[in-house]
Design a protein around this ligand. Structure first.
Ligand SMILES: Cc1cc2nc3c(=O)[nH]c(=O)nc-3n(C[C@H](O)[C@H](O)[C@H](O)COP(=O)(O)OP(=O)(O)OC[C@H]3O[C@@H](n4cnc5c(N)ncnc54)[C@H](O)[C@@H]3O)c2cc1C
Length: 289
């Protein structure tokens, strides 16, 4: 945006640049301090569909990897939205200070806690726009904004919260919400995407399906920013697939050299490293069996 609007070095870039930045509608919840040791195995091994739109991935961390709970602290689960959610959190903390302390305390968390990565595929986005902000001394710069008429980013995921509570209950742990989400009233994400989205032409996107920027020759973007929608799952394989597809459209300069490049072969999952629970359906029934 700086190169297009401020320095005018790339003035032909589409106006769609930064207009629909998506977050995969992501949030994080936890089942803390369960009665079971849950740390053994690969980090993400299974996924629950709690409704048509929402998936939850079960994340485990090796014993001692408690830093995740330091970087993003959790407190006993508080539902709701905005200021009322914050007030509920304060009330909860005053009534149950020990419980809050236990969930907040990172030590030992990885061995006995599960982190749920909640994602939705339904539409929601923010825009990047030039705005003056008081904290920049009213200097104009790029800001993330939500405009009237947008489908706003969600901060409330009732089905995911319900599933987290049930999961924690079955494992004998305490369900948790991310503290910064409660304080800031905004969701957290590691899946920022779509600022340079694929479109048919510059009136509907910034790049074509091979990542080539509309209005320019030999300028390509190949990363998460070209993904044109919320995936509802972790994005890196899609980013890799899109990049591989884009590169397959680039003409080969030296056939001899290209044919000497060895393809990457992935190994099969190791026995015992993948959850025995397979298929679709009501996971709660399977767990309760
Ligand atoms: C904690 C965490 C956990 C995650 N877990 C998963 C997961 O389990 N599964 C999954 O699918 N996704 C996961 N993600 C998301 C995934 O990592 C990202 O979606 C993906 O890496 C984005 O790829 P990218 O190519 O768009 O950007 P990046 O992977 O961020 O690559 C951008 C690169 O550009 C470089 N760079 C930046 N500025 C410059 C500059 N000025 N000059 C030169 N180089 C520059 C950076 O150093 C970086 O190497 C996770 C993300 C986080 C933060």
């Amino acid at each position: 945006m700086r190169m297009r609007d401020r320095y005018k070095t790339l003035p032909h870039i589409s106006l769609w640049l930064g207009q629909q930045v998506r977050t995969n509608s992501e949030t994080l919840t936890t089942a803390n301090d369960t009665q079971h040791s849950v740390h053994d195995g690969v980090t993400i091994s299974s996924m629950i569909s709690v409704d048509d739109d929402t998936t939850m991935e079960i994340n485990r961390f090796r014993k001692g990897s408690d830093g995740t709970w330091v970087l993003l602290p959790y407190v006993p689960m508080v539902s709701g939205e905005g200021f009322m959610r914050f007030i509920k959190f304060l009330g909860n903390t005053l009534i149950h200070p020990v419980k809050t302390f236990k969930v907040l305390r990172a030590k030992g968390k990885a061995e006995r806690s599960i982190l749920f990565l909640v994602m939705q595929k339904s539409e929601a986005f923010i825009h990047l726009e030039w705005r003056r902000k008081w904290y920049r001394l009213f200097r104009k710069d790029i800001s993330a904004v939500q405009n009237e008429g947008d489908t706003p980013l969600k901060v409330v995921f009732p089905k995911a919260e319900e599933a987290t509570r049930r999961y924690a209950e079955i494992l004998g742990g305490e369900p948790g919400s991310a503290l910064p989400e409660i304080i800031l009233g905004a969701p957290f994400t590691a899946h920022i995407m779509s600022g340079v989205a694929i479109g048919k032409d510059s009136s509907s996107g910034v790049v074509d399906e091979s990542g080539a920027v509309f209005g320019y020759q030999n300028l390509r973007v190949l990363d998460g920013s070209i993904v044109p929608g919320n995936l509802g799952v972790n994005p890196s394989l899609t980013i890799t697939a899109l990049s591989e597809f884009a590169m397959s459209r680039v003409p080969v300069f030296n056939q001899e050299r290209a044919s000497s490049i060895k393809p990457v072969l992935f190994s099969k999952p190791l026995d015992g490293q993948v959850s025995a629970l397979t298929g679709m359906g009501d996971l709660m029934k399977v767990i309760n069996r």
